[in-house]
Design a protein around this ligand. Structure first.
Ligand SMILES: [Zn+2]
Ligand SMILES: [Zn+2]
Length: 165
């Protein structure tokens, strides 16, 4: 009987020991684990906060994009084999920079020169301020219509014509 009692007590004691080990953590281990973590958080958190604040500050400080009409962006003029600029009629053009501007543009944004347009009738160049060609009197108000870009198809196949095979 005594043997059994001692055995039970021993078992119980072992159980208690195990439980206490499981429930009560070793505080030294916990501090060793948590201290670097706490230090890391204490260092990283302020740095992150500063970064976020700095980013917000930069975002707030950055000036809003000035609303510039898209159509003021010039495009480089195309050139033929001889290197001569192919200036379409009624398109504002800067000969100094070889830039074509959308309609209603009067000055070159690169050099500040007044832009010129070519008369669709006789090819005369004139400043964009003049709406009428000095040579032939053709009047064209820049940007008034997109007629300059309209290409009329000439010489299409006749309607109902037999296909040439
Ligand atoms: Zn220019
Ligand atoms: Zn003309």
């Amino acid at each position: 009987m005594d043997d059994l009692k001692t055995g039970l007590e021993g078992l119980f004691q072992t159980f208690i020991d195990l439980t206490s080990k499981l429930v009560l953590p070793d505080w030294n281990d916990v501090v060793t684990l948590l201290l670097p973590l706490a230090l890391l958080l204490g260092l990283v958190a302020p740095v992150l906060t500063i970064l976020v604040l700095y980013w917000a500050y930069q975002t707030a400080k950055r000036p809003r994009f000035r609303v510039r009409p898209v159509e003021t962006a010039p495009v480089a003029v195309s050139r033929d084999e001889a290197g001569e600029a192919i200036v379409p009629a009624n398109v504002p053009y800067c000969s100094r920079d070889g830039l074509l501007y959308p309609a209603r543009t009067a000055k070159c944004s690169a050099c500040g020169d007044e832009l010129t347009v070519r008369c669709p009738v006789d090819g005369t160049l004139r400043t964009t301020r003049l709406e009428t060609c000095g040579a032939c009197g053709t009047r064209y108000v820049l940007g008034a219509a997109d007629t300059a870009l309209t290409v009329r198809r000439v010489g299409g196949p006749p309607e109902g014509g037999a296909a040439v095979a």
